[in-house]
Structures are given as structure tokens and as C-alpha cells.
Design a binder for this molecule. Sequence first.
Ligand code: C2O
Ligand code: CU
Length: 469
Amino acid sequence: MIDRRLLLKSAGAAALTLASRPALAVGGATPMTLRAAPAKAQIAPVRMTGPTDVWVYNGTTPGPEIRVTAGERVRVRLENSLPQPTAVHWHGIRIDNAMDGAAGLTQEPVGLGDGFDYDFVAPDAGTYWYHTHDRSWEQMARGLYGPLVVEEIEPMATVDRDLTLVLDDWRLTRDGSLDAGSFGALMDWSHGGRLGNTLTVNGGFEPEIAVRAGERVRLRLVNAANARIMAFDLPGHRPVLIAVDGHPVEPRRLEEDAVLLAPAQRADVVVDFADESGATVPFRFLGEQDPFPVATFVYGSEAPLRREVQGGVPALSVTMPHTLHLDDAEEVRLSMTGGAMGSMDRAIVQGRERDFRELVSLRRVWAFNGVAGDMDEPLFRVPVGRTVKVVMENDTMWPHAMHLHGHHFKVLERDGVADPTQDWRDTELVAPRERVTIALDANNPGKWLLHCHMLEHQAGGMITWFEVG
Ligand code: C2O
Ligand code: CU
């Protein structure tokens, strides 16, 4: 899994302390500006090398945390100071279609030196995020994303603090610069996507995060990596899952107490920090190799906030309306093919069937229903309010993080068996050779993307769209 060379080389490096990021409350009449521009950021361990050239929103990667309350209006002016066109997508938000930021589908890309005014209401509380949606396989790998937190109108009573951790893995060269030479590498596109070698938490390498004994913290985890599937644990601390992809779940313990996050997924967990003052607990990445810390929670020396461990974690309330009419649903099949060790020998690009060699030269090495990234026809068109079942058949040797814009969907079945979670998500991991059936209430009018959030797969053909109304 993770290439630990850079991590090991830096053993003993001074840990960076996690600076708390300024949260921008943007509700009401005041629009904020989000300026996308090149900048430098300390990504690699300080001992190893200085800052890396990255692309940022308002000077930092991740960009500023945007925090509003459910029902509030968000007004953001994007200014593009990048050397490329760009657009901002508000991932997971039940948004007005015109504000979805899907360059090429819902808006023109924003040119160099130009701007765009995003103006929408964030209807549901939850952990969301924003990121570029133009050439995202390059622009996100360079750092263009940030958290968007929509707070509950009634704050969660038993939680003392709320902390957002945005996770990414960067591909750096030995001198600590971004490995830009490998952008577009067919090897990544046809395999598991662009995997990095340096994991960061809120843009920092192995930060220390201060906690107080006895406090109950809500952690909002966001996987912002291009393609890395991540799993984490906190030894001795058992997180309780309260939401996935911004959507509340019945609070539950996690299998092996590990939080699993496919690219673009979010998890809200509640953790009781019940150790003594002065204790430390690693936030560990669980890969194929031994677990290793990507951050450390450090208990402060102040007196414990409380002595008793708190009781159960209350459920958040669901505000998203979704009425499923499963016995009268539009059923859509989505067959996923391609990639290394796959069986795809032809697919359609620009309306014409191509053989595999030609597909490779076009870097369209994945397909949905035999079409490699053509966008002229939608996968389906339905009237507003129709229930749609999508049967996603992964006929490849690779996992895919399937994301649908503008709606959450219910995970109904895996390989014909009822999914034990029945979670509502906006991004779902489909394992190699697996068949996952999801259902959505297509109640948000407009043209919406459906794609793999492993961004090289998306660019390599795993993208389509659907139209509601
Ligand atoms: Cu997170 Cu199409 O996006
Ligand atoms: Cu994929």
C-alpha cells in the first residue's frame, strides 16, 4: 500500500503542531472570495525539505474551512489566478444545479483571471467539502480542495469540540517537490490511480493535535486524495460513527474500530478522550504494512474536563427528504469495465468504437456501459421524484469510488444480498468484481454527474451523467 520511503527517511523529524484553521462563516449577505492560485506549502517533513509548490485556495491547502448553519446561504466568489481554467464543486450538497461547479456540464470553466459567483443554500447539516472540478486529476493533486461544514441548527448536546481532519496523500519526489512529471501517467490511470507517498492531515506532516482529558470530540474526516483508500484507528479509543458523507446514521461502533474512507468519502465519528492528562494516542493509518501514525493526539496537562465517561452518543436528525418507491423504480444498469488486467477490448470514444490499442493512446482505458467518457448522451433521464435504482457492476480488477452529484443514495445490496448498513451516501466503494445496487430519489432537477472519484479513472473514461426533470 503506502510507500513508506519518505516516511521512514524522516523518522525523528520534529512534529508540526496542527494550527487551528480560521473558519470562515459565510452565511448571510457577506460573500467571501476564494482565490485559486499557486503558492508554497510545507507538505514534507521540515527536516527533509522546505516548502513544496502547490495550488491553493486563499493561500492554504486545504483551503479555508467554510462553516455555515443548515439552511444558510453560501456566497462565494471564485477568482482564478491559476495557469489553467478551473471551477469549484460543492461535493455532496443538495445544491441548485447551476451552482454545482461541474465544468463542462453545469457551467463553463472559469478562465485565467476570471471569476464566478457561487450562491446557494446549504440545506442539510453535515460534513461536506469543496474541490476543483476541472482537470481535477491534476488540480486536486496540487492541493485545490477544502472542507465545507454545515452545522446542525441544534448543536449536538454532548460534544465538547468539533474538529475537521482533511486527509491527503501527496506524490513528492526525493527533493520534496510535487511529482508533476508523472501527471497523466498511463500506469496510474490504468491501475489504482495516482497514489502518493506522503500522507498529510490538514496539509501537515504528522501534526500533533491537542486534546483535553475527559472531552468528547466530534471528528470530521475527509478523504481528499485522488485515489488512495484510507483506513484509520486510534488505539485504546473506540470511535462511534454518527454520519457518512454528511448523512446521519444510527450511531454505531466500527468494525475493528477502524474508519474506512474511499476517496471523497467523509465520516463523522465521536471519540471520548478518556485517558489521563499527558497521554498521547496515535492516529494510525492502516495499510497492508504495519500501521503507522499520521498524526498524534496529545492530552494537555490541564485538569480533566470530566471524570466520568459520557453515556451513549445521540443520533443526528435527518433533514434530507428521500422517499423511495422501490417497487416502481427506474432500473439502470451500469457496467464498469477496463483497466489493467481487465477484459475490455473495445469501447466507444467520440461516437466511434475503438480497439484497445487506440483506447490506450487516447488514455481512455475505462468505460461505463461500453462508452469511455463520451458525454453526449446521459445514462438516464427521469422526471422529478422518480426512484432510480442503479445496479453498478464492477467488471474490473480494481475498486472504484462511485460518486453521484446533487443527491444522496441508499446502499441497498451488495452481490444480491441486502447491505447491512443501508447507509445514505454520495460516494460508495465498489470492490473488484462486486455488484452494488443503490437507489436514489431523483428529486433535484438538472444535469448531474456520476463518476468514479478515483480521479484518474474519471478522466480515463469512468464518467457519465443523468438528467432529472
Ligand atoms: Cu467530488 Cu464530481 O466530485
Ligand atoms: Cu475507479
